[in-house]
Design a protein around this ligand. Sequence first.
Ligand SMILES: C[S@@+](CC[C@H](N)C(=O)[O-])C[C@H]1O[C@@H](n2cnc3c(N)ncnc32)[C@H](O)[C@@H]1O
Length: 197
Amino acid sequence: MLYPFKNLFDQNRRLREIDRQEGLFGLNEGRLVYKIARSLKDHAVVVEIGAYKGKSTSFIAEGLNGKNSKIYSIDTWFNDGGMRQTRADTFPEFLNNTASWRGKIIPLRGFSSEIRRSWLSEKKIDFLWIDGDHSYTGIKKDIEDWLPLVKKNCFVCFHDYRDEAGVKKAVDEKILDRTIVFVRREGNIFLTRKLID
Ligand SMILES: C[S@@+](CC[C@H](N)C(=O)[O-])C[C@H]1O[C@@H](n2cnc3c(N)ncnc32)[C@H](O)[C@@H]1O
C-alpha cells in the first residue's frame, strides 16, 4: 500500500536536499518552480536569468523531465546587479552544485542583454524565470528583451517582487499593459502567465 506514495517521498527528499544548497531561494519557492518545470512537455526551453550558485537552477532542472528539455542559465557569475555579496567568481560553485543535472543545464555566461543579442529569435521560451539585476532599469530591460520570446500562455516568474521596489514597479507596469497576468505569489516569487504571442 505504501508503494504509490514512494515517488512522492523520493521527490520530497530530493527537493529537501536541493534546499540545503547555499542560495537566495526558499523551499516553497523551489517547489513552485519545480512544479512548473515538471508541467512542461518535451523539447521545452527554460530561460533563467540569475542563477548565482545554482539553487533555483537545480529545482528547475529536477522538475524538467521532458525529452530534450533544457534550462539555459544566464549569469555573469560575478555577483552583479546590485547584490550585497562582494564581487567574486561563483561559477565553480554553480557547476559543482548543479553537477547532477549537467545534461539538462546550459550555462550562458555574460550579461543577459549580451546573451539576448546572440539568442536566435525563432527559439521560443516555455518558462522564463527572472532573478538577475534587481534595479528598476535592469529588470525593465530584461522584460523588454526576453518577454517577446515567451510563447503565449506560458509562465513568466519574477523573484524578489516583495523585497525589491524596482522589481515590483517594473512588474506592476507590465501587468497594467496586459501582456502578462498575475497567477499567484509564493514567498518572494510573483508568478504570471503571458497572454499574447
Ligand atoms: C539574486 S542572485 C540569483 C539567485 C539564484 N536564483 C538562487 O537561486 O540563489 C542574482 C544573480 O544574477 C546575476 N546578475 C545580475 N545582473 C545580471 C545581468 N544583467 N546579467 C546576467 N546576470 C546578472 C548575479 O551575478 C547573481 O548571480
